[in-house]
Design a protein around this ligand. Structure first.
Ligand SMILES: Cc1cc2nc3c(=O)[nH]c(=O)nc-3n(C[C@H](O)[C@H](O)[C@H](O)COP(=O)(O)OP(=O)(O)OC[C@H]3O[C@@H](n4cnc5c(N)ncnc54)[C@H](O)[C@@H]3O)c2cc1C
Length: 287
């Protein structure tokens, strides 16, 4: 329960961090007052357009009034479940809010994002409008504000001393929420470090959430029980190192292999302590 609480605290910290950076972007947006864009009159209506995202068949319904993009909705698609969701759920709203086709793409769902933008551009053309008029720098409050925030931050680092006071401070900042990042953040937080985990995707998990689920460790708190049940002799760290070197055609860095092998029981036990369920089966090496 204590560990779950730690992760909830981490998520709350992430939410605060995300909110705070949004605030900064809004502040710098206020400073820039773009010139009003000239928009060619469009024929109002609902335009259903098909574009290619990661795959063919991304169908987007775009509602246009004479001068505005009123609504964007993805109504059909064959995009990768989960991965594309961030773009499908957030990009339509961003396009409408910014009245722009130059909004930031959703990280990790670039192809889906580009497909949605292409469909909106097609709809504007079909309505007799000009998509380029929605791509002008002034029309994109989100992107220009983010760009100005980034360049302002770079200039500050170049020209000024580091600030005396930071908005937020952490002992440990972990970048990336796959197995490596999650275990690093978990270890740091449970050892008392004030920790934040930043992830570029709208969800954590990385490649780790799609892997085959095979975990090699020469021992663990389950080992003695399995060895007895399956009538196996106990494994050793040396045998694990030798197998790993052979499996990598002797091209692996032996120092890294040793590091992985000696660390493997610790991390398997850590996963078991946090609820990992193991399927009992026997896998034999191919060589
Ligand atoms: C199909 C498949 C099957 C596999 N099967 C196995 C198996 O059975 N056994 C095994 O041991 N291994 C397997 N692997 C390999 C294993 O999944 C990876 O080695 C492991 O998941 C790597 O973990 P990681 O935390 O280092 O990286 P990842 O899980 O990829 O996590 C990296 C995270 O960092 C984030 N990130 C990247 N850049 C940034 C940034 N700039 N800012 C913020 N966040 C960022 C990413 O979005 C991601 O969430 C498999 C891999 C695949 C793809």
């Amino acid at each position: 329960m204590k560990k779950i609480k730690v992760f909830l605290v981490l998520l709350a910290v992430l939410a605060v961090a995300a909110f705070s950076s949004c605030q900064q972007v809004k502040e710098s947006a206020k400073l820039e007052t773009p010139a009003p864009a000239v928009i060619t009159a469009m024929k109002p209506g609902v335009y259903k357009q098909t574009a290619k995202g990661m795959y063919d068949g991304l169908v987007v319904e775009v509602t246009l009034s004479e001068k505005k993009i009123e609504k964007v909705a993805v109504v059909e698609h064959k995009e990768t479940p989960g991965i594309a969701a961030g773009a499908i759920e957030t990009l339509p709203g961003k396009i409408v809010a910014a009245q722009s086709l130059s909004v930031d793409l959703v990280s990790g769902a670039t192809m889906t994002s580009k497909g949605i933008l292409a469909a909106v551009a097609q709809a504007i053309s079909a309505a007799g409008g000009k998509a380029e008029e929605f791509k002008k720098p002034g029309a994109d409050s989100t992107a220009s504000a983010a760009a100005s925030a980034t360049s302002a931050a770079s200039a500050a680092v170049d020209n000024a001393a580091l600030p005396k006071k930071w908005d937020m401070e952490y002992d440990v900042v972990v970048v990336g929420g796959g197995f490596a990042g999650l275990s690093a953040a978990h270890s740091a937080a449970t050892n008392g470090a004030k920790t934040v985990l930043v992830e570029k995707m709208p969800f954590v998990g990385g490649n780790s959430q799609i892997n085959g689920g095979v975990y090699a460790a020469y021992t663990s708190k389950l080992a003695a029980d399995f060895q007895k049940k399956l009538n196996l002799v106990p494994d050793t760290a040396d045998a694990h190192i030798a197998d790993t070197m052979k499996g990598g055609d002797y091209m692996s860095d032996i120092k890294l292999v040793r590091n992985m092998v000696y660390g493997s029981p610790f991390y398997l036990n850590m996963l078991l302590d946090n609820g990992l369920k193991v399927r009992e089966s026997l896998t034999r090496p191919r060589w």
